[in-house]
Design a protein around this ligand. Structure first.
Ligand code: TMP
Length: 212
């Protein structure tokens, strides 16, 4: 648990899962209940981490090998925590982050084959004992997600250029993470109308964190 006053909620999922829309709607839902919400994202969410993000999401797919990419993700993550997330939680705000460490497990670990124990070692160095209070994993078929993401961006980011097999490993990775940590993670079917997904997320937040 965050144990810093506020609550830390992370949204995870593959490409085109609809995280940004759902985060906006969840933040509105919580604000209507009087909660002070900060919305942020990874990689990014602080000045330094946004600079690292540019290195990560632009350029050819093979710019970095898996372990280098994982190191950059955790460097960005630590800056994001130190500058943005922890201060907000200490002020009693709730933080909703578009992606967090499960993305490194799923993309660099399951997707690129970086050793999962190595990722946990990096986690301890960069993050310590801190964990999200709740992780919502938006799940949908890889083809549907990539088609949605393609429409949104027009041109692809580095990760969207990777093949379908990569994205299938990422999806499977998220499912394995959820199965291993059911107290923290909930899988949500994102291949459904926006309003239905939104209602389900609000219901889970109410059940798990006692709001709404
Ligand atoms: P976004 O498209 O959700 O903004 O995320 C940017 C890309 O970064 C996305 O393709 C997933 C990828 N990513 C990782 O590979 N590992 C990570 O740890 C994070 C946070 C994102």
């Amino acid at each position: 648990m965050a144990d810093r006053g506020g609550r830390f909620i992370t949204l995870e999922g593959g490409e085109g899962a609809g995280k940004s829309t759902q985060i906006r709607l969840l933040a509105e839902h919580l604000r209507m209940r009087g909660i002070d919400v900060v919305v942020t994202r990874e990689p990014g969410g602080s000045t330094g981490a946004e600079l690292i993000r540019k290195l990560l999401v632009e350029g050819p797919a093979d710019s970095w090998d898996g372990p280098t990419e994982a190191l950059l993700m955790f460097a960005a993550r630590r800056d994001h925590l130190v500058r943005t997330v922890w201060p907000a939680l200490d002020h009693g705000q709730w933080v909703i982050s578009d992606r967090f460490a499960d993305s490194t497990r799923a993309y660099q670990g399951y997707g690129h084959g970086v050793d999962l124990p190595l990722i946990e070692t990096l986690y301890r160095v960069a993050v310590g004992d801190f964990r999200p209070d709740l992780t919502l994993i938006l799940d949908l078929p890889v083809e549907t997600g990539l088609a949605r993401a393609g429409r949104r961006h027009g041109n692809e980011t580095r990760f969207e250029q990777l093949d379908v097999a990569f994205h299938r490993r990422v999806r499977d990775g998220f499912r394995q993470i959820a199965a291993a940590e059911p107290a923290r993670c909930v899988i949500v079917d994102a291949d459904a109308p926006v309003e239905g997904v939104q209602a389900r997320l609000a219901e889970i937040v109410a059940q798990r964190l006692g709001v709404g």
